[in-house]
Design a protein around this ligand. Structure first.
Ligand SMILES: [Zn+2]
Length: 126
């Protein structure tokens, strides 16, 4: 069965504006919400507790995050403008979904959600 992702508009706005703020550095945000069978709801973001300037998603120690079942995935930015996960991204997959936003982080068109295999997931903004 297909996974449905429901994401709040405020979450999209936070990801885009955080990415714009940190550009040209890479922004990382934890996605909070809940998973209910094949439905994933995202309703909040959180700056990772271990975030330091200069960390990129590929160098960020995800294994050091506290165990928190409200984290459904991680969002990060691609200052290069590529709107797809890299091999490293897929190797570092954390949670159920991965959100990538690509430069210029202007709208939903610059944002995509992927599953563990790197397949784009359809999502609905609520
Ligand atoms: Zn990446």
């Amino acid at each position: 069965m297909d996974t449905t992702v429901l994401i709040e508009q405020s979450v999209i706005d936070s990801i885009l504006s955080y990415a714009r703020m940190l550009h040209p550095r890479e922004a990382i945000l934890l996605l909070k919400g809940k998973v209910d069978k094949n439905r994933i709801m995202v309703n909040d973001t959180q700056i990772p507790p271990l975030a330091t300037h200069g960390n990129t998603f590929s160098t960020f120690p995800l294994h050091m995050l506290p165990i928190d079942f409200s984290i459904v995935g991680v969002a990060h930015s691609h200052p290069s403008g590529a709107l797809r996960p890299s091999v490293t991204d897929l190797n570092k997959f954390y949670g159920q979904i991965m959100v990538i936003t690509a430069y210029p982080y202007r709208s939903e068109k610059n944002l995509a959600i992927f599953d563990r295999e790197g397949k784009p997931l359809k999502y609905e903004v609520i």
